[in-house]
Design a protein around this ligand. Structure first.
Ligand code: HPA
Length: 274
């Protein structure tokens, strides 16, 4: 990326505000959601759509490469009259052969921060590493992460504290809404292959509870920008080798469709309490 990624995010935020067509001179957007695979159908419950802006209309964004991952930013007005940005789809590290690399993965988060967002909700689909206690279709609050992507969005001597990446306050707030929600440690691999059974056994030993290919780099970029982060995984399958069944992307999307109503109700309740 030839231009400084923070400058590019500032330009995208300006274009986003203009395209949103709202009078947001003071409050800007309150909250942003990144909808991972399986979560896009739940977006409808968050509020009334004001505008939809294709990623490709904004500087620095690319259309997502993955079927089922959307490709637009939706501007939404919630029941309480607040404004939310919903990223329908995201860029993954495994999509970045063209040199944009990790900056492309976190561009949406940096753009949201530059547009005034203070709270970021990151959602994803994940393999469950604890089938003893997790069911397919369960949402799990991310309490912490293990970044095994080999990448980091921060360069140079910027030493960001990651003691509490996923806000304790926000997790407690969501558990007030749904006390049945479990918490877990999300592990990220680069992908795009799913894991081997040996890797899944390793991750269980390391203390992971969910495995996926997203979220951690965005969460780090969000903490650099001082955003409060809430992370929620939808367990779409047991990790490889834990069920005897092979894994496939269609199954991940299907679980999202089947649970969209429950996820939507949860997000709608969360949004006006953030
Ligand atoms: N592994 C990695 N990413 C995933 C999985 C998985 O089992 N399920 C959904 N996303």
């Amino acid at each position: 990326m030839s231009k400084d990624p923070y400058t590019l995010a500032g330009e995208a935020a300006a274009a986003l505000r203009a395209a949103a067509g709202l009078d947001l001179s003071d409050a800007a957007f309150d909250v942003a959601f990144v909808m991972g695979s399986g979560w896009v159908p739940a977006a409808d419950a968050i509020g009334e759509t004001v505008r939809e802006i294709p990623f490709t209309d904004l500087p620095g964004f690319r259309a997502p490469a993955v079927a089922g991952h959307g490709g637009k930013i939706r501007v939404v007005r919630t029941a309480a009259g607040r404004h939310a940005l919903i990223f329908l789809g995201r860029t993954h590290l495994y999509e970045s052969p063209s040199g944009l690399g990790v900056d492309a993965v976190v561009h949406g988060v940096r753009t949201a921060a530059a547009a005034g967002v203070r709270t970021l909700v990151l959602t994803n689909a994940a393999g469950g590493l604890r089938p003893e206690t997790q069911n397919v279709g369960d949402p799990v609050l991310i309490s912490d992460h293990i970044n095994l992507t080999g990448a980091n969005p921060i360069t140079g001597t910027t030493f960001i504290d990651l003691t509490e990446v996923y806000s304790r306050r926000l997790r407690a707030l969501v558990r007030e809404i749904d006390p049945t929600l479990a918490e877990g440690v999300y592990v990220a691999f680069r992908g795009p292959t799913y894991e081997t059974p040996a890797e899944i056994r390793m991750l269980r030993t390391l203390g992971g509870d969910m495995i996926g290919m997203s979220t951690v780099l965005e969460a780090i970029a969000a903490r650099e920008a001082n955003l409060d982060v809430l992370g929620i995984s939808l367990v779409t399958n047991p990790g490889a080798g834990l069920s005897g069944e092979p894994l496939n992307h269609e199954e991940v999307l299907e679980v999202g469709r089947a649970t969209a109503a429950r996820m939507g109700v949860l997000l709608a309740k969360v949004v006006d309490r953030l």
